[in-house]
Structure formats: structure tokens, C-alpha cells
Design a binder for this molecule. Structure first.
Ligand SMILES: NC(=O)c1ccc[n+]([C@@H]2O[C@H](COP(=O)([O-])OP(=O)(O)OC[C@H]3O[C@@H](n4cnc5c(N)ncnc54)[C@H](OP(=O)(O)O)[C@@H]3O)[C@@H](O)[C@H]2O)c1
Length: 271
């Protein structure tokens, strides 16, 4: 309760707030009275969500349409978000894309966009916001959304998985560097979660996949709760926690074969 009171009136930026985990995080924060800067390409969805949350929870919101896979968009987002002296205390780098399937199955451009969004935009926004948070000096939080693929090497998710390894490494080192500052940095690493990601990443779920899938609401609830508690690494779901630790004990070749088998049992890729 005390934590909720402290959060009321804060401003948060959430990228990828137009669907899935990002939208659920926006709902979760709004419930605590946190004002929202919502970022994604689909402006209509951001505006509808902002209006709904404003009405329900008496918060303020700002919708910014931005394609973060394009260069220079992060600077524009940062400048709009912090215009008129708006003080941001929460940054959630959630927007992310990926493709599942053999490496040559997708166009090169798709991989370039994936790296730009998942790695470059996330790094740039973090850079701008760490400077901003250090300057205002208030207690602040940054969460970077990785994946259980941040811990595992998953065949047929080669580029996506590599970007999520970057997110994990970057986040945990930044957490250490900033440990004595006003900024708490967390990694949120979900496993399979029901969202538009399945369709957009070219995955076709098999029946067996549903046993381990989580809802975006639950991922957001666990993620936001532990972010405010200052956890460094957040893996929502017991099964996901097991999955990120178990393969570490295997030789790399076996680990890859094991991850490949587990994925193939759960999903196919769109041909
Ligand atoms: N779902 C899973 O199984 C799963 C598992 C592990 C990790 N994750 C991670 O969770 C995060 C959220 O994914 P999700 O599952 O919620 O998927 P989602 O429903 O597809 O949401 C992705 C969000 O990112 C935004 N986005 C995509 N491309 C963008 C771009 N170029 N510029 C700005 N925004 C962009 C989308 O909005 P617009 O299309 O409106 O731009 C959308 O709001 C991602 O980082 C993903 O890697 C997901």
C-alpha cells in the first residue's frame, strides 16, 4: 500500500504499449496511479488505451507514435516525453520483435529491423533516460524486457535470441554500475506469453505449447511488482525459472539439441 502511494503521480514511458505485455503493464501501472507515456506505431490503439485508463484511474497519458526500428526516433520520443518539464521516473523498454524459423527463411531487412528495435532503440532510450533520471535525482526504475531466450540459445531463433542475450548482459551490468544511484535497473524475461508476438514471429503453436504459456496480464503483474521491489532479474513463472537454469549444466551441443527439441514439440514455423 505504501509503495502504491509512492508511485501515484509518477510518469512512466512504456514502449510497445499498443498490445500484449506492454499494454498489460500500462494497465498495471495505471491502477497504481502512474501517469503514462505510451509509445508504439499504432497511435489509435495508444490513444484508446490512454483514454480508457484516464477515465478509470484518473491518470494523465500521452501517446507517441514512433517506429523505433528507424534511426533517430528515440531522440524524438525522449524529447516529446520530457517536454514541458515532465519528469520520468519509470522506463520500460518492452517493444520487441523476432522471427522463428531457419535463418535464410526471412529477408535480411527483417533481421536488421529486429536488431535496431531490440538492441539499438533500447540502448538509446536507456542512455537518454539514465541521464534524465540522474539529473532529477528522484527514485527511478528501468525495466528491459528480454526473454527466457536471454538465458538459452534457441535454434531457429538465432537473431532474436542474440538480441535478447544483449538485453540481459546490458541490463545486468548497468544494474551493477548504477547500484548506488537513484536508478534501479531490472531485466524482465518472460517465457511463452499469449500475445500478437506468436503471429508476428511466424510461430504456429502446437497443442502442447499451451501447458507452459502465460497471460500477458500475469507477466505484467509479476514484472511490475518485482521491478518496484528492485529485483535485478525477473523470470515470471515457475516453469520458466526452471527452464533458464537447467540447460546451463549441459555441454553447449547438448543444450542446443535440448532447446531445439523442446521448441519443436511446442511450435512450428509458418512456411
Ligand atoms: N509473447 C512472448 O511469448 C514473449 C516471450 C518472451 C519475450 N517477449 C518479449 O516481450 C516484449 C513484448 O512482446 P509481446 O509478447 O507483448 O508482443 P506484441 O503483442 O507483438 O507486442 C509488441 C509491441 O511492440 C510494438 N512494436 C513492434 N514493432 C515496433 C516498432 N518498430 N516501433 C515501435 N514499437 C513497435 C508493437 O506495437 P505496434 O505494432 O503498434 O508498433 C507492440 O505494442 C517483446 O520484447 C518480446 O520480445 C515476448
Amino acid at each position: 500500500m505504501q509503495g502504491q502511494l509512492e508511485r501515484k503521480g509518477m510518469w512512466a514511458i512504456i514502449t510497445g504499449a499498443s498490445s500484449g505485455i506492454g499494454e498489460s503493464m500500462a494497465r498495471e501501472l495505471a491502477r497504481d496511479g502512474v501517469n503514462l507515456v505510451l509509445v508504439a506505431r499504432r497511435l489509435d490503439r495508444l490513444q484508446t488505451l490512454g483514454a480508457e485508463l484516464k477515465e478509470k484511474h484518473q491518470i494523465e497519458s500521452l501517446a507517441i507514435d514512433a517506429d523505433l526500428s528507424l534511426p533517430n526516433e528515440t531522440k524524438r520520443v525522449f524529447e516529446r516525453a520530457t517536454a514541458n518539464g515532465r519528469m520520468i521516473q519509470v522506463l520500460i523498454n518492452n517493444a520487441g520483435i523476432g522471427t522463428y524459423g531457419p535463418f535464410m527463411h526471412y529477408e535480411l531487412e527483417q533481421y536488421s529491423k529486429t536488431i535496431q528495435l531490440n538492441v539499438t532503440a533500447l540502448t538509446e532510450l536507456t542512455y537518454y533516460l539514465v541521464g534524465h533520471m540522474q539529473a532529477h535525482g528522484k527514485k527511478s526504475y528501468i525495466s528491459n524486457v528480454g526473454s527466457i531466450a536471454s538465458f538459452l540459445s534457441v535454434p531457429y531463433f538465432s537473431v532474436y535470441g542474440a538480441t535478447k542475450h544483449f538485453v540481459r548482459d546490458f541490463t545486468q551490468t548497468l544494474n551493477f554500475e548504477l547500484r548506488k544511484s537513484n536508478i534501479s535497473v531490472s531485466l524482465i524475461a518472460p517465457g511463452g506469453t499469449y500475445s500478437e508476438f506468436t503471429e508476428h514471429s511466424g510461430q504456429v503453436l502446437r497443442k502442447s505449447a499451451h501447458g507452459s504459456m502465460m497471460t500477458s496480464e500475469l507477466v505484467a503483474q509479476i514484472g511490475m511488482d518485482r521491478m518496484f521491489k528492485g529485483h535485478r532479474s525477473i523470470v515470471p513463472g515457475f516453469l520458466n525459472s526452471l527452464m533458464v537454469h537447467f540447460p546451463r549444466f549441459l555441454p553447449v551441443k547438448w543444450m542446443l539439441a535440448c532447446n531445439d527439441l523442446v521448441m519443436r514439440m511446442a511450435v512450428d514455423y509458418k512456411k
